[in-house]
Design a protein. Structure first.
Lengths: 308, 472, 276
């Protein structure tokens, strides 16, 4: 897009011209989809798909190489007792931990996602954010999860948010870019829709809900709006963008609700790890327990699954 | 790729007897002959129920009359506690009653479980709380009941329509004789059992099953003080004629052909949900269904694309499958009507579309259908189809939308979709409809009055207003 | 010759400890004080307990007010169910059976008001202009209550406050009845903090509630001393709290009318233009 096309004024007209979102309506639709009953064979397939969609995540100040090695091994082989269990989609860590993870994941097919751009707040100069990105890619990350400047977005400076995403996308090189909207800070569903479109117009490959570091993370209604956004964006611009809800998704039941959302909003095209990911950590063990229950017929217990 | 496996709700929670009698004076007794009630999803016979003859109706009215003295003399607080008991029992037996309703009516278990039954319990809770507060209701400092109410209800929301009739009547101190629809008698008969469980005094509630003649005899009965009817406008007219010159009070809740108006600034995704909910909820067997979509011409194509895409995810099938969205048509007769009117729609030049749908071989089924290119001159824009069929018309300005919306002898409900608050209020002001939904549709609550203008009937059910019909 | 069996010792009962009811839990007074009532040690609440109770009440209030009226009505109805279940226990404490019946029926009466008060006290207003205008009642917030000693009196001040979405800090007069009612509340799906009951000397703690900046209203129904009532009302005027004054003779069995509820409700009027 040209400079005038991306000015705050033009972006504002475009984003504020999108159809509004009725809060009560969207929450009711998400809740109704949450009542779908997914059992037996459908459930087994859904669990395997969900496992394959997990970006197994650790983003703590206390992360050490030991912790990251254990997490990476778990992403490759979530259930050592069952070789038929698929691998997770990716591991998601801080840039400083990328080399450690890269060493374990080499050749496994599991992707290596790094957060970048002064995650989680995004409150740093652009030069710092770009350096953060380049370093992570150089160290071996093939996916970058960036944060948008929520301050700039809420202050209405859409051009700044847009330009930053464009710059980070460039710094990514071949790595694919997920844009974290931090929906829990955006305040309204209308803003979630607008931020989604802004991120896609600026070239993001994935839009992601949350950093997991603020009280409100991924929810079904927010994800529903983002799925509608990627659907409408593809219809208008011909480019497919992925969706990643992150944070607060802890149970198999939750994960399956998200899969139902995809199924009935955008359909098969997004039902793959290439276009949908779960940003999660404890979810994986619950998926494994449910997976085991379906094969053994009785309820599982945490002692039988590895802690990473 | 993501197929949902069958997720059947178990039938074993409900135990249906092979025959049922008439519930008169606290007990079941035989009528004159029986008739069968079937499951419209499979055509299997569920039970045989008694056919009430005129002498049975006499008996029921007499029982209600006997019970009226003591019942109306009870302190309101005592009547309230009976109704609270009934509400609680319904809550406790909710799943059982929901499964029963889906079997007898054909509606999806998802709806009977999540919509019908919760509203039924809530309705009894709400009116229970009025029984000892009538002096505050705005109908005088010492309002009195009318006496015996004869109530005839339809087959589309059997137990809910029963609740709408019985709860306010009893709260106000009346006693009732209620006739459920002939294709859906079972939940009313189970309600009789709920009354017994609550130790409701005999004769306060009487349930008489039968067909059209039973209903006619009941509403024309000389010892009935109040008639309440929900059903077709045609029958409503006959009843209004029959009470003329008598002292009987009458309320009617009849048909509709509601306009669902979508403006160019509507929240599109939620509007599509509202359209779908408006006409496909309960298989379109809803008097207040949004059966006419009035879409602003500038967004019509885009909206219809979204609507069709959304309709393709609707699941038609076994009502007891928890993932079913659209269940069976209630009867062969209703299916024939829907089919006939749809054929008329096509023959009059409207363009018909349904998503691909695999319909079961046994039972009565109709795929969700839309007709585009419909105008006010089409029969399918004027006549109530009472099925999952939507007629789509366009408009250019708010004035034109309102004109078209009001251009009907009906006046039950309407929908308005726009993000502009002042427009909602201005349009709502000018719509001649008893219920206006803005940015939502088919929302019901026991506190919210429901009823129509014009030939959709008169009187209101629900809310404080709903007491008026049952007080002198 | 078989030895005769020794005389059986009488079974020793397990006595109840009477503690405060704050935030859904039963803590002792932070002061550690108790006082004797019929041989039982009852917690003697301090001003700090009152302070903590206000914190609990405030914390619970937004969520309680945001619950549907239907839900609040069902919770109050359940309180009635639980009092009915413990009918014998209240009678054993000395409450006449007829009074227990009346208290249960009073709770049922108020349960039925939650989803009707708005219909009776709210309305659309036909203003002279193209405006939609509606007045609706809203709960005032946290209410400090000096309660009468009887069960019926206690129920008659607590129920009208909470059924519309307020939360209460109650200074109880008849401690054993009050704490038994607290046990009822704890098993009635009443969220913690909606009702907080403090036993002790109301004259000591009431002034702290009356002057508290985070209490919205004061119900002085249970205050028998007219001078104390006047002092409390004066203290309340500091933050312009809504005050329910004590009345000389109250028949709690009579129809209370809407007063006890409306005294603790604010009216909000909203305007909106009408036009395409």
């Amino acid at each position: 897009m040209t400079a005038t096309a991306t000015s705050t004024g033009t972006l504002r007209a475009l984003l504020h011209g999108l159809p509004g979102v009725d809060k009560v309506g969207v929450e009711a639709r998400a809740a109704a989809l949450g009542t779908r009953s997914v059992k037996t064979t459908a459930k087994a397939k859904a669990i395997d798909l969900a496992i394959r969609m997990v970006d197994l995540t650790t983003l703590e100040g206390a992360d050490t190489p030991g912790k990251v090695r254990a997490l990476s091994a778990k992403a490759i082989r979530p259930d050592p007792a069952d070789p038929t269990c698929p691998s997770a989609a990716a591991v998601c860590v801080y840039p400083s931990m990328v080399p450690t993870a890269a060493a374990v994941l080499a050749g496994s097919g599991v992707h290596l996602a790094s957060v970048a751009t002064a995650f989680p707040s995004g409150q740093a100069p652009l030069a710092v954010k770009l350096a953060d990105t380049r370093d992570a890619v150089a160290a071996g990350a093939d996916e970058i999860d960036m944060v948008i400047s929520r301050g700039a977005f809420l202050a209405g400076d859409y051009a700044k948010v847009f330009d930053e995403i464009v710059a980070v996308k460039e710094a990514c090189g071949d790595a694919h870019l997920k844009v974290i909207l931090e929906t829990g800070e955006l305040g309204t569903y209308d803003n979630v829709r607008r931020a989604s479109w802004l991120a896609m117009l600026a070239g993001g490959d994935f839009i992601k809900t949350s950093t997991g570091k603020v009280p409100v993370a991924a929810t079904l209604p927010v994800t529903l709006i983002m799925l509608e956004a990627v659907r409408d964006f593809r219809a208008e611009h011909g480019r497919q963008v992925g969706v990643k809800p992150a944070g607060g998704i802890r149970t198999t039941k939750d994960a399956i609700k998200y899969l139902v959302l995809i199924n009935e909003t955008v359909g098969d095209d997004w039902l793959s790890p290439d276009w949908f990911r779960f940003g999660a950590s404890s979810l994986l063990n619950d998926l494994l327990m449910q997976r085991t229950k379906l094969t053994t017929g009785h309820y599982a217990g945490p002692d039988y699954f590895t802690l990473d | 790729m993501f197929e949902y496996a069958p997720a059947p709700e178990s039938r074993s929670i409900v135990s249906i007897a092979s025959t049922y009698g008439l519930f008169i004076d606290g007990d079941f007794s035989d009528g004159k002959g029986t008739f069968k009630t079937i499951n419209p999803a499979s055509e299997e016979v569920l039970a045989e129920v008694a056919m009430a003859a005129p002498e049975d109706v006499d008996r029921a009215v007499a029982a209600a009359r006997r019970a009226f003295g003591p019942w109306s003399a009870l302190p309101g607080a005592e009547r309230a506690k009976y109704l609270f008991r009934i509400a609680r029992i319904i809550q406790e037996r909710s799943r059982e009653l929901a499964v029963l309703e889906s079997l007898d009516n054909g509606k999806p278990i998802k709806e009977s479980r999540d919509v019908d039954l919760p509203l039924v319990a809530a309705h009894f809770f709400y009116y229970a709380g009025w029984a000892d507060k009538l002096r505050y209701a705005g109908f005088g400092t010492d309002p009195k009941p009318l006496g015996v109410a004869g109530q005839v209800i339809p087959w589309n929301f059997p137990l809910l329509m029963l609740a709408w009739k019985i709860a306010p009547a009893l709260a106000a101190g009346n006693t009732v004789v209620l006739k459920p629809a002939e294709t859906t008698p079972l939940s009313a008969l189970f309600f009789a059992d709920v009354c017994r469980q609550a130790d409701l005094p005999p004769g306060v509630v009487n349930i008489i099953t039968g067909a059209g003649d039973t209903g006619r005899y009941l509403v024309e009965h000389p010892d009935v003080d109040k008639v309440a009817f929900t059903g077709s406008t045609e029958v409503g007219r006959q009843i209004a004629r029959s009470v003329a010159g008598t002292g009987k009070r009458l309320t009617l809740e009849l048909g509709g052909k509601a306009a669902n108006i979508v403006f160019d600034d509507a929240p599109i995704d939620q509007a599509v949900e509202g359209i779908v909910n408006g006409i496909f909820f309960n298989q379109g067997h809803v008097c207040c269904a949004g059966s006419r979509l009035l879409v602003q011409e500038s967004i019509a194509d885009e909206l219809l694309d979204s609507l069709k895409r959304r309709m393709a995810t609707l699941r038609v099938g076994d009502p007891l499958d928890k993932n079913t969205d659209i269940g069976a048509i209630n009867s062969a007769a209703q299916l024939a009507k829907i089919t006939e009117l749809s054929e008329i729609g096509s023959s009059e030049g409207a363009e018909r579309w349904s998503p691909p749908c695999e319909l079961p071989d046994r039972g009565f089924w109709f795929a969700p259908t839309i007709f585009t290119g419909v105008t006010q001159a089409h029969r399918i824009a004027r006549e109530e189809i009472f099925g999952p069929v939507l007629s789509v018309l366009t408009f250019r300005t708010p004035d034109e939308a309102i004109e078209k919306a009001n251009n009907t002898p009906y006046g039950l409900s309407a929908g308005i979709w726009t993000e502009k608050g002042s427009r909602i209020l201005a349009v709502a002001d000018r719509l001649r409809a008893g219920v206006v939904w803005a940015n939502t549709f088919n929302k019901f609550d026991p506190t919210s009055p429901f009823g129509g203008y014009k030939e959709s009937g008169y009187g209101r059910e629900g809310g404080r207003h709903g007491l008026e019909a049952y007080l002198a | 010759m078989p030895k005769s069996a020794p005389a059986k010792a009488p079974r020793l009962s397990v006595r109840k400890t009477y503690k405060l009811y704050v935030g859904g839990a039963f803590p002792r007074s932070e002061s550690g004080r108790t006082y004797l009532v019929d041989g039982d040690n009852v917690a003697l609440a301090s001003r700090k307990d009152a302070r903590d109770a206000v914190v609990a009440a405030r914390k619970a209030q937004p969520k309680w007010a945001a619950a549907t009226a239907y839900n609040r009505g069902q919770v109050v109805y359940r309180i009635a169910e639980m009092v009915e279940a413990r009918h014998g226990e209240f009678v054993a404490l000395g409450v006449p059976a007829a009074e227990v019946d009346a208290a249960i029926d009073r709770l049922v009466w108020y349960a039925g008001w939650s989803d009707k008060i708005a219909q009776v006290t709210g309305n659309a207003n036909p203003v002279a202009g193209p405006f939609f205008n509606i007045s609706s009642p809203e709960p005032t917030g946290v209410v400090g209550v000096v309660a009468p000693a009887s069960l019926l009196g206690l129920v008659s001040v607590v129920a009208p406050a909470i059924v519309t979405g307020n939360t209460v800090v109650v200074l109880a007069a008849g401690p054993q009845v009050a704490i038994t009612l607290a046990e009822v509340l704890a098993t009635s799906d009443v969220p913690g903090g909606v009702v907080n009951i403090l036993t002790g000397n109301a004259a000591e703690t009431a002034p702290w509630l009356a002057s508290h900046d985070d209490v919205n209203a004061l119900d002085l129904t249970g205050v028998r001393d007219t001078e104390l009532a006047a002092d409390l009302e004066r203290a309340a005027s500091g933050t312009l709290k809504r005050v329910i004054r004590p009345r000389r003779k109250v028949d709690f069995t009579a129809d209370p009318g809407l007063g006890p509820m409306t005294a603790l409700l604010e009216t909000k009027t909203v305007w909106h233009p009408k036009g395409y």
